[in-house]
Design a protein around this ligand. Structure first.
Ligand SMILES: C[S@@+](CC[C@H](N)C(=O)[O-])C[C@H]1O[C@@H](n2cnc3c(N)ncnc32)[C@H](O)[C@@H]1O
Length: 234
């Protein structure tokens, strides 16, 4: 019944620009800051049938030289059990695969099954878990995260629920972490716990009003490697 009432509409690399921001700014900056750590965790809230999580996995694979010893993990949660089951299977129709996936990524990340279906390769699935979870419940059992995607989900909630959910999401995030909302969604006038980074594409950094400000690495200048190697060689 829940699924019948809700839109689970999604696609690979939906809206593209936030994924480009993640690839070029957030990911390299956060990984650089976590050079000594082995964990890097991303939460996809309202992950639907999984395309958002697999899009991120494809980008992480491309960034393998930045990852070093880091073992990234992606957790996708959704209230719709049927969507979660589909996400776990990682099988998409030709139409779904063609909606947003660059052809090279389709060919390298998926295997064709039958005439018109594509299954995500095991190597990409390895660091991803999908769970049924209601965002209106407590979120702390999910653990701590460096990046949260919560795209095109808040739209289902009234103002009071948005305030509650964004407050809980902010507590899961690292101080320098990033929140990705849908391109037409915002934290403005809803939560004091976030500051705009690239609000026109739904990117926000964590803001703790009760603590000294931390620079969100999603706002960092790119490429940080070039800057540090220039400094080192000076
Ligand atoms: C429009 S889809 C967005 C999918 C994906 N994030 C994207 O942007 O392409 C919204 C998803 O949010 C999920 N959702 C809505 N309310 C939820 C809740 N209370 N807890 C968890 N998921 C929820 C729906 O089941 C649906 O799959």
């Amino acid at each position: 019944m829940i699924e019948a009432m809700m839109s689970v509409e999604t696609s690979f690399f939906r809206d593209w620009k936030p994924f480009e921001h993640f690839r070029t700014v957030t990911l390299p900056n956060l990984l650089l800051a976590r050079k000594e750590k082995q964990s890097f965790r991303i939460l996809c809230c309202g992950v639907s049938t999984g395309q958002e999580a697999y899009s991120l996995a494809l980008l992480l694979r491309q960034a393998s030289e930045l990852l070093g010893a880091c073992d990234p993990q992606i957790l996708g949660v959704d209230i719709a059990d049927g969507a979660v089951t589909r996400a776990q299977k990682g099988v998409y129709s030709q139409f779904e695969a063609q909606s947003g996936l660059p052809i090279q990524m389709l060919m390298s990340g998926f295997e064709k099954i039958g005439d018109a279906q594509w299954r995500i390769k095991d190597i990409l699935r390895a660091g991803i878990e999908f769970k049924s979870w209601n965002l209106l419940d407590e979120l702390y059992p999910l653990g701590a995260f460096d990046v949260v995607f919560c795209r095109n989900v808040l739209t289902f909630f009234d103002q009071e629920t948005k305030i509650k959910v964004l407050g809980r999401v902010s507590r899961l995030l690292s101080d320098d972490g990033a929140l990705y909302l849908g391109v037409s969604e915002t934290t403005a006038s809803i939560s004091p716990n976030f500051m705009p980074i690239a609000p026109e594409i739904g990117v926000f950094g964590v803001h703790r009003p009760d603590r000294p400000a931390t620079q969100s690495l999603a706002a960092g200048a790119w490429p940080p490697h070039a800057q540090s190697s220039a400094k080192e060689s000076a």
